[in-house]
Design a protein around this ligand. Structure first.
Ligand SMILES: Nc1ncnc2c1ncn2[C@@H]1O[C@H](COP(=O)(O)OP(=O)(O)OP(=O)(O)O)[C@@H](O)[C@H]1O
Length: 212
């Protein structure tokens, strides 16, 4: 068993209100983890701490053995959807993904086009992102999270705003990515989405309670 993310005795509060008290979790490579809990229970905060966007008050989070700290960069090889990504409104979906791909410079146009087709977006469309529906923007967010074959996917409500057929398509895609050995953490309020998870944890009274 290979542990890719390790959460150790993490405590996090905002303005004296605790969200997490001494939580521990080891995330195994090549599995899908679901995090559930009511609105405001801390799902997004947990994901932000794993990505190093915010820091625990106490405890540590390690990615493949190296601790995320204030001096460390965003973990490499993470594909992330947390909050809605900012897009360049006057550019097409392809142009937006192309801009993002230039940051790391590791994929070519063909890979962007392939990824767009996989999620059900037309890579050749002239439609600008400002005219995209919510579901189309969500598909674009999924594209940026997976297009560089990121090995860990941190997906906060990835099925948001998707129609039923698209939800099925993305669920199957995530299962396929898992078979390739990618590790996926997701949140959802829908039980059927949670069914694709190997392990499920519920945030309950500031703890992570395993329910699957
Ligand atoms: N930067 C911040 N400063 C202060 N409070 C914050 C901050 N970020 C999150 N919170 C608070 O932490 C709590 C948990 O927020 P979070 O967004 O993680 O909830 P969630 O479980 O993802 O909810 P939802 O299901 O609605 O998406 C909320 O009460 C929120 O107001």
């Amino acid at each position: 068993m290979s542990i890719i993310i390790s959460i150790n005795n993490v405590y996090k509060s905002f303005k004296g209100n605790p969200l997490f008290e001494n939580i521990n979790l080891d995330i195994e490579k090549g599995k899908i983890y679901g995090i559930v809990g009511p609105n405001g229970s801390g799902k997004s905060v947990l994901f932000k701490m794993i990505c190093g966007f915010i820091f625990p008050d106490k405890g540590t989070i390690s990615i493949q053995g190296s601790e995320i700290g204030k001096s460390k960069r965003f973990p490499e090889n993470f594909g992330v959807i947390i909050d809605r990504p900012g897009y360049i409104a006057n550019k097409t979906g392809f142009q937006n993904l192309k801009e993002l791909s230039l940051i790391r410079g590791i994929i070519d146009d063909k890979q962007i086009i392939e990824t767009m087709k996989i999620v059900g977006l037309n890579p050749y469309s002239n439609q600008k992102v400002k005219n995209f529906s919510l579901g189309m923007k969500q598909k674009l967010a999924i594209c940026q999270a997976i297009m560089e074959e990121q090995q860990v996917l941190i997906l906060d409500e990835p099925f948001n705003a998707l129609d039923m057929e698209s939800v099925k398509r993305i669920r199957n895609l995530l299962l396929r990515l898992k078979e390739e050995g990618r590790t996926i953490l997701l949140t959802s309020h829908n039980q059927e989405d949670i069914n694709i998870c190997d392990f499920v944890y519920r945030i309950n009274q500031c703890k992570l309670e395993q329910i699957k």
